[in-house]
Design a protein around this ligand. Sequence first.
Ligand SMILES: NC(=O)c1ccc[n+]([C@@H]2O[C@H](COP(=O)([O-])OP(=O)(O)OC[C@H]3O[C@@H](n4cnc5c(N)ncnc54)[C@H](OP(=O)(O)O)[C@@H]3O)[C@@H](O)[C@H]2O)c1
Length: 200
Amino acid sequence: MAAAIGGLAAKAGHSVEVMSRDAAKARALAEQVGAGATTGTFGAAPVGDIVILAVPFSAVLDVVKQYGEKLAGKLLVDITNPIKSDFRVFLTPEDSFGAQEIAKVDPANATIVKAFNTQNAQVLAAGPIGGHPLDVFIAGDDSQAKARVSAFIDSLGLRPMDTGRLIMARTLEHACMLWLGLMTHSIKHTNFSIRVSLLG
Ligand SMILES: NC(=O)c1ccc[n+]([C@@H]2O[C@H](COP(=O)([O-])OP(=O)(O)OC[C@H]3O[C@@H](n4cnc5c(N)ncnc54)[C@H](OP(=O)(O)O)[C@@H]3O)[C@@H](O)[C@H]2O)c1
């Protein structure tokens, strides 16, 4: 997902900084992303104001805790799907959801917007399907932050679709289950996208 989103962002003219626990991996990814993407030190304050949390949900809470105050003032984009590797069970408590668990551990109280989690990485990287931009569903409590993320998504050639407040991230995380169910039982491959068709 870092390669897909970072690649689209670099192509659209945004400055991209890649962070990895492994400096060599960060350099390789920055090279793949291209367009002058740079690397930062894992755990140090990111340069950009939008931070994409492109790590597994099983790691993201520790990552956010580790960055701690370095995330102060940043806009965090939660793309995670907190789903076990058997694709059946959520990793989050029943009365919670991934974005909320991230918000709970974020000491810097950064603004969180859920986005991108219903799109497959390869599909995202491949771009529009049949001339239609892909839909990126977003959810968040801060309307200014959502407007910034929407503008970012739009700049990547994708269609931002605001679904409401951060609590809707729970629905978006369930939509990943929908995607997985469709992939397993109906479509049998991963080259598809959930989108909204506007009739008239
Ligand atoms: N793949 C998709 O199609 C897709 C679609 C929608 C949403 N998502 C969500 O997007 C996120 C990233 O997905 P992905 O498929 O790109 O994931 P991934 O390739 O499995 O992992 C991304 C990176 O996370 C870092 N990482 C792993 N464990 C870590 C740990 N314990 N601490 C710190 N960093 C760790 C690793 O980077 P380094 O080793 O370089 O540090 C790894 O390359 C996930 O939350 C996933 O649910 C994925």
